[in-house]
Design a protein around this ligand. Structure first.
Ligand code: CA
Length: 240
């Protein structure tokens, strides 16, 4: 188990009971420079995650005793790790449930280990809101004509300041933290309104609509929006 090829010493945890798959994924992740730990069931996985504080968790949905979704919910109580869920079922409903429970990505078996590695790389490249990276000097986010300064809570569009409410700003920041990632409403609620919010998910729609009026109203082409609706799922930020 070694960290090589100059990559940062990131830790990955594989929670999966299929030994062959674990061995295969371990090989691929180690070649990427990950220190890899494994667990064959959810309880062991959670215990290892507490100790190891992994950066990435590859979590199988079908596990003995405790299923992947339960493991994910437990993990999310203490871990900010990126989680990729694996499933044998290609059902859209499962995907939504997994993502809304806090998974970052989702792969349907069978998949190529190369695909998993590519997803992991992409996730680690995306900065996460609330967990500023080590290089904090330049934290201004830019995309097209949009500029967001999270520290000063300022937003500019084509150089002009856009007046956002605190909620709108937080909502935008959540979306921008993962460009291209589809946030289900519940996830946005948890991030922006807090985990204790038990109201109607559709309150998100109202604030998204207001945010759009301010950010996208000036856009001539309707198809060229920063905030996209993914029908039946949620919203994503489309980088320019
Ligand atoms: Ca399994």
């Amino acid at each position: 188990m070694g960290v090589e090829s100059g990559s940062v010493d990131s830790r990955a945890l594989i929670i999966e009971d299929e030994k062959n798959l674990v061995a295969l994924l371990r090989g691929y992740l180690e070649r990427e420079g990950f220190e890899v730990a494994e667990a064959a069931d959810g309880e062991a996985g959670i215990e290892i995650a507490r100790r190891l504080e992994p950066d990435v968790v590859v979590l199988d949905w079908m596990l003995p005793r405790m299923d992947g979704l339960e493991v994910l919910r437990e993990l999310r109580r203490f871990s900010e790790a990126y989680v990729i869920m694996l499933t044998a079922r290609a059902e859209e409903g499962d995907k939504i449930v997994g993502l809304s429970a806090g998974a970052d990505d989702y792969l349907t078996k069978p998949f190529s280990p190369g695909e998993l590695v590519a997803r992991v790389r992409a996730m680690l490249r995306r900065p996460r809101a609330g967990t500023p990276g080590p290089q904090e000097e330049e934290r201004i986010f830019r995309s097209g004509g949009l500029e967001i300064d999270p520290d000063r809570r300022l937003v500019r569009l084509a150089g002009e300041e856009v007046a956002l409410t605190a909620l709108e700003f937080d909502l935008l920041l959540a979306l921008v933290s993962r460009p291209g990632f589809v946030f289900v409403r519940r996830r946005l609620l948890e991030r922006v309104w807090g985990e204790d919010y038990f109201g109607d998910d559709h309150v998100v729609d109202v604030h998204i609509a207001n945010l759009r009026k301010k950010l996208d109203a000036s856009e001539r082409e309707a198809g060229n929006r920063y905030i996209r609706t993914v029908r039946g799922v949620g919203y994503k930020f489309e980088a320019r």
